[in-house]
Design a protein around this ligand. Structure first.
Ligand SMILES: C[S@@+](CC[C@H](N)C(=O)[O-])C[C@H]1O[C@@H](n2cnc3c(N)ncnc32)[C@H](O)[C@@H]1O
Length: 203
């Protein structure tokens, strides 16, 4: 398919998408917000006063939602890209896999985080299995990192792609956490291999 035909199709798809339209009404920067909202509805994650780390946060819709629901809590957002400010959140521009950034976050929170959530995804190559493997590596790194920063009853949420690394990621989740669930929200596009892993309580 030609490039301008692909982008026309994309524009039409966006116009028809109810979550894109709703995000404009609700003031969210991306339709992704509704995936987190559905996760929260189903797993009852967020409460007032919580400390939350949002990894791969740009353009910021997950952080927007989190900062609304954790009134008087704290949200720290990190991304490779810069983001427009979000009220009551602290933003870090950088690579989450950089050990010096991870150390800073560990020292700052010292096992006080209630939720670590990651919607990190690499720039897609179009080769679905390769994209799944690379995004899976980011998920595993965030999961291992969580073990040292979240409280005993904390939550870990991450995007994963169904693919060859899926079983490995679930197995790692079960080593670190007592409860591990996989959930595909209605707002996640049907033709996407994306799903979310929701883990609870450190072993
Ligand atoms: C799907 S977007 C996140 C959307 C976001 N949850 C929202 O609701 O607005 C994925 C993000 O992951 C970020 N990302 C990918 N690799 C990263 C890394 N190593 N460190 C930090 N951010 C990363 C990308 O820059 C991109 O902005």
């Amino acid at each position: 398919m030609k490039k301008n035909k692909i982008s026309k199709n994309w524009v039409n798809k966006q116009r028809r998408d109810i979550f894109v339209r709703q995000s404009k009404v609700d003031g969210y920067r991306a339709r992704s917000a509704y995936k987190l909202i559905e996760i929260d509805k189903k797993f009852k994650i967020f409460k007032g006063g919580m400390f939350v780390l949002d990894i791969g946060a740009a353009p910021g819709s997950w952080s927007q939602y989190a900062s609304k629901v954790v009134k008087n809590g704290k949200v720290i957002s990190i991304d490779l890209k810069s983001m427009e400010e979000i009220k009551d959140t602290i933003q870090i521009k950088g690579d989450f896999t950089d050990p010096s950034i991870q150390k800073k976050i560990k020292d700052y929170f010292n096992k006080d985080l209630d939720v670590v959530m990651s919607d990190m995804a690499v720039n897609t190559t179009g080769i679905k299995n390769l994209d799944a493997i690379q995004t899976g590596e980011l998920c595993k790194e965030a999961m291992i990192f969580s073990k040292d920063v979240i409280s005993q009853n904390g939550f870990f949420i991450s995007k994963i792609f169904m693919g060859s690394t899926f079983n490995e990621i679930v197995a790692l989740g079960k080593k670190i956490f007592k409860e591990v669930k996989v959930f595909k929200p209605q707002s996640s596009r049907k033709d996407s291999k994306e799903s979310f892993i929701i883990c609870k309580i450190i072993r």
